[in-house]
Design a protein around this ligand. Structure first.
Ligand SMILES: C[S@@+](CC[C@H](N)C(=O)[O-])C[C@H]1O[C@@H](n2cnc3c(N)ncnc32)[C@H](O)[C@@H]1O
Length: 248
């Protein structure tokens, strides 16, 4: 997990969003249960969920869309490992420009490619075939943030960056969807995610304390930990909503 050149990237994460293994397994099961024959994941990263759903649905054709070549490469290797390399295609593309509808659309942690969450939901609706589903995941306020809360988070964070959960679901309904499952993660899922996110740097720093890059890596890790433990912890949540598009 460490090299002398620099920290690994997402080396301690199974997927790039906060989620407990049991919840992830349930998402795979529920997505697969609808037997989608076409699946697209917008902003897929390395598409762990996409790979696992495709592996559960014989014959399904899946596309993972992302702009990061390194992550797409990890996705391709994972799909081959799971025996679905011929059915899961990782495509370097702008997610907001994808136009091919699918039975199952996944968009987790990538709403920002469309603008706001409401703009994302509206843009994703026509990508879901009538009778199909959207699994959407993104940040939501766990509590109404105060000005002091906002000031402790990432620079430039505003109240308008994320919705409260009920408002997110209202926006999904306004876009034409019906909600099939609405859930928000527990704090320990965020803590596990942030710990694993920082582990690349922390493990590398322990092995390379005097490396010429160590001071910069340490400063980056310390800053990120501050945004988490003194910033968004307990204030920012993360929601997953499974949405259905009515049949035509
Ligand atoms: C928070 S990550 C989520 C990854 C993945 N959905 C997951 O849950 O593991 C957001 C992803 O969006 C991708 N991304 C950012 N802008 C994009 C764009 N315009 N088009 C496609 N992907 C984009 C990033 O490269 C990154 O992999």
């Amino acid at each position: 997990m460490t090299t002398h050149d620099g920290p690994t990237r997402y080396g301690f994460l199974d997927c790039n969003s906060p989620i407990a293994p049991w919840r992830f397994d349930r998402q795979v099961r529920e997505c697969a249960a609808a037997r989608p024959q076409t699946i697209v994941d917008i902003g897929c990263g390395w598409g762990e969920l996409l790979q696992r759903v495709a592996a559960q649905v014989p014959g399904a054709k899946a596309y993972g869309i992302d702009s990061d070549l390194e992550l797409l490469e990890r996705g391709r290797a994972g799909a081959v490992e799971k025996g679905v390399g011929d059915r899961v295609e990782f495509v370097e593309y702008r997610g907001e420009s994808w136009t091919e509808p699918a039975d199952l659309v996944i968009c987790i942690g990538a709403a920002h490619v469309f603008g706001t969450w409401a703009e994302a939901l509206a843009a994703l609706y026509p990508l879901v075939k009538p009778g199909g589903r959207l699994l959407f995941g993104d940040g939501v306020w766990a509590v109404e943030p105060t000005e002091a809360d906002l000031a402790r988070m990432w620079p430039g964070t505003t109240r308008g960056d994320w919705p409260l959960l009920p408002d997110l679901v209202d926006d999904a309904v306004a876009a034409g969807f019906r909600p099939l499952r609405v859930e928000a993660v527990e704090q320990h899922e965020w803590d596990d995610f942030e710990s694993a996110f920082l582990a690349d740097k922390e493990v590398w720093l322990l092995a390379n304390p005097d490396h010429p890059e160590a001071a910069a890596v340490r400063a980056g890790a310390d800053e990120h930990r501050g945004w988490w433990l003194r910033g968004h912890r307990g204030v920012l949540g993360f929601a997953y909503v499974t949405l259905g598009r009515p049949v035509a």
